[in-house]
Design a protein around this ligand. Structure first.
Ligand SMILES: O=C(O)[C@H](O)[C@@H](O)[C@H](O)[C@H](O)COP(=O)(O)O
Length: 259
């Protein structure tokens, strides 16, 4: 596991941009496209800042984008992860192909009651379609997942002690009791997240400093972020600022290789 800490947010963004560019280069050399799963929360803005420094050397039309989790709301709703990413990323950086940005199918929102399982199943079909010829294993293999980590150790919409942590069949699952609002969401499941070739957690601010030692240093932790970090430590990077990393043992920190 590579844990990086930077003195300020702009340095986190710059490093994240360099890291994503290197994963994009590797994916392009390998299969001519870049498959990426994105979280909501604070991540999209940091990513946008980092990518704006790399944009001249990236062909965004080669990006195939899914959401690591999504709130079941209209696509233009202020709670939509897609809406947030559209505002700060897709509408700002050049070349994204709308058909390659995979949103939830909002036709289900017209139903009453809402069938969140149907939303998850349809999203899974989009994954099947995109990864049909690419995967030799029975789980999609993303080039990169960019995730957040909540102050309780959740990531995607995988929350501590939730039954979804045991899901080992579905690629996409609904959640109807999310402790972080809104309650109704879909999320990629742990098998999909842990099959990604690379996973980066991007987490800043003092509100995260108590949970990070548990997630990163406690090898028995059952918190979702810890379970994912431990599955394949060599594929995991953490991008933190010094407020977030303040209570980590300094021996876990690595020097960021691109600087
Ligand atoms: O849709 C969501 O709610 C996010 O995908 C969620 O999993 C987020 O990544 C974490 O809650 C961290 O959010 P912050 O980075 O804003 O703390």
């Amino acid at each position: 596991m590579s844990v990086y800490s930077f003195s300020e947010g702009s340095s986190v963004a710059k490093a994240l941009g360099q890291y994503v560019k290197s994963k994009y280069d590797t994916a392009m050399a390998k299969h001519g496209r870049f498959t990426l799963a994105l979280s909501g929360g604070s991540l999209p803005k940091v990513l946008a800042e980092g990518l704006s420094q790399q944009k001249d050397n990236i062909d965004f039309s080669k990006w195939e984008i899914f959401f690591a989790d999504e709130r079941i709301v209209p696509l233009e709703d202020e709670n939509s992860n897609y809406a947030l990413c559209k505002e700060v990323l897709f509408d700002v950086l050049p070349g994204f192909v709308p058909e390659q940005i995979h949103t939830i199918d909002t036709k289900f929102l017209k139903q009453n009651p809402l069938d969140s399982q149907a939303v998850a199943d349809e999203y899974e079909k989009q994954l099947v379609h995109v990864f049909a010829n690419a995967s030799t294993v029975k789980v999609p293999v993303f080039d990169l997942m960019l995730l957040g980590c909540g102050p309780d150790g959740h990531t995607c919409s995988l929350f501590p002690d939730h039954e979804l942590l045991d899901e080992d069949v579905a690629w996409v699952a609904p959640i109807t009791d999310s402790p972080k609002p809104p309650k109704e969401r879909i999320t990629l499941t742990i098998p999909v997240v842990t099959h990604a070739l690379s996973v980066a957690f991007v987490t800043t601010g003092a509100a995260k400093q108590d949970i990070l030692p548990v997630v990163i240093e406690d090898t028995t932790s059952k918190l979702p972020s810890a379970l994912i970090s431990r599955a394949h430590p060599d594929r995991i990077s953490w991008f933190l600022d010094d407020d977030a990393s303040a209570k980590l043992d300094k021996s876990v920190l690595r020097v960021f290789p691109f600087q």
